[in-house]
Design a protein around this ligand. Structure first.
Ligand SMILES: CC(C)(COP(=O)(O)OP(=O)(O)OC[C@H]1O[C@@H](n2cnc3c(N)ncnc32)[C@H](O)[C@@H]1OP(=O)(O)O)[C@@H](O)C(=O)NCCC(=O)NCCS
Length: 158
């Protein structure tokens, strides 16, 4: 059974390993690079875990995926760094991580949860759409040759 848990600063070595694996596996999906983050000192990883909320999915076979959510100053949340390990794909791990991010957003009373997805990343966009995210119409440049589209999840009125 897959469990999702919030990482704390003591988990920085595990976080580093999974994050670097995601950058090595799916460089096209992220704005950062393996070379940049491999050079981070321990305090950078610890600082990230302290300042953001990172959820790790643990399957019976080890780490299965990761996602980070952070609160912006305008009262919205942002979802970043979503990655599911290749061996765990297509088994609902992405759903568990998106659910954890949405629950965290709701618990904090944030008005909406936003994210960026590389244009053409159909698996990711379908995953987010399944949870109620929709394109906002806002775009931004990403890696050369690959723009990013913004999606947002706005909670239904109570
Ligand atoms: C996008 C991603 C997070 C989806 O995670 P997931 O837990 O596999 O999500 P799902 O279970 O919804 O499966 C996604 C799709 O992969 C398909 N799939 C099934 N088995 C699979 C496998 N063994 N390997 C790859 N994809 C598989 C699923 O059928 C599904 O297809 P659909 O989009 O047509 O419905 C994951 O593919 C991933 O980490 N990709 C690389 C990084 C990335 O793109 N991150 C998103 C940044 S915005």
């Amino acid at each position: 059974m897959t469990k999702v848990r919030l990482l704390d600063a003591e988990d920085w070595g595990l976080y580093r390993a999974v994050r670097l694996e995601s950058l090595a596996d799916s460089p096209e999906a992220f704005c950062s690079t393996l070379a940049r983050e491999e050079a981070f000192a321990p305090d950078v990883w610890q600082g990230r875990l302290a300042a953001r909320n990172t959820f790790l999915a643990e399957t019976g076979d080890g780490p299965g995926g990761i996602v980070t959510v952070l609160a912006a100053e305008d009262g919205t949340g942002e979802l970043v760094g979503m990655w599911v390990a290749p061996a765990a794909r297509g088994r609902g791990v992405g759903d568990l991580l998106v659910r954890a991010a949405l629950d965290w957003t709701a618990e904090r009373g944030l008005t909406e949860l936003r994210l960026w997805v590389v244009e053409g990343n159909r698996h990711a966009e379908r995953l987010y759409a399944r949870h109620g995210f929709a394109r906002t119409g806002v775009t931004q440049p990403g890696r050369p040759g690959a723009g990013q589209v913004q999606m947002a999840h706005v909670p239904a009125p109570a």
